[in-house]
Design a protein around this ligand. Sequence first.
Ligand SMILES: *Cc1c(COP(=O)(O)O)cnc(C)c1O
Length: 393
Amino acid sequence: MNIKELDNKYVLPTYARADVEFVSGKNARLIDSNGKEYIDFTSGIGVVSVGHGNERVSSAICKQVSEITHMSNLYYIAPQARAAQKIVEASGYDMQCFFGNSGAEANEGAIKIARKFGERDGEVKRYKIITLQHSFHGRTITTVKATGQEAMHNYFGPYPDGFVYADNIAHVESLLDDHTCAVMIELVQGEGGVQPQNKEEVQALAKLLMSKNILLIVDEVQTGGYRTGEFLASNLYEIEPDIVTLAKGVGGGVPVGVVMTSLKGILSAGDHGSTFGGNYLSTAAVCEVMDILNEYKKSGELETNTAYFNGELEKFYMANRNLFTSRVGIGMMCGLRTKNAETLTSVINNARENGVMVLKAGKNTLRFLPPLTITKEEIDEGFKALSNAVSSL
Ligand SMILES: *Cc1c(COP(=O)(O)O)cnc(C)c1O
């Protein structure tokens, strides 16, 4: 059986897979099983932030796993402690980290922290968490309920109580009550359509929540790790959240999720845990990815490349106004709104045939999450292929 047949026979069909199998990659270049080359404007949904086949990350992982891969969180783990230091220092916040294995798990941790805070702090038990319409927080039973998309709430109930959806940031205030312990938001909604929040509104919300002793959780699973230009989008928005979650880009491809909080005393031994979370393998990768990204930011290369990518995206947008209605996003988290969903599907399929990978977000957004280390040459090649892809539409 070939891979496609094996997959169809033995893997649950939870993904609508495109008919392509990648076998290797170098930075923003990919090669499929037929030897065809592609430019990757997706980095595997914002994961491979330092590029495919990154030599520094692969040698850091190889060195680590040849010594020790896993023991357990019952003992000290050197790369975990170092990864936490690097993440906290890059954030500029006075926080501590917990390591899990995915974005959803990081958000589960955030919700547990908020619930314990709500239980402990105050006269009545506070348990409500307000999230936004069109948000995305994960696929576990709790994080799917935290996700403000009714279409995702079919079949799997009963769900945990206490999630309330605000239409937008301005609508949050009217939903706060004595039982609210936290508000959880994405500063740029990723899956929802690469939609940035308004900075002044977010700052006003942060201030309001602080005055009411309600926690602000920022889900930076997609925005974190310099995706928006700063280490956290929270840095860019100049706010100080109580809890931040990270995943996708900070592991450079290894599964990792992080919940970090300034509420250092809230969880005690036994309140939370993970068998795999924070093990030697994943946190050795995080350490190297953090070093690479910190250097990349410091040298100015991140800014230069981001500006170049956005310049080329703007040219592509202006040349194809018949297909696209607006350009959205921040930094290397970019989107083009398409006239309709059918156009979007054709663009994505034609792009793949022409050798460039792009993503969908929401109903009608063409999404770009290139590796942050993408080069000028790769950007040029990718937009050339994309222009060819849309020329027939
Ligand atoms: C991808 C994503 C998640 C879920 O992460 P998983 O690793 O798939 O569990 C949660 N929140 C946001 C904002 C995301 O983009």
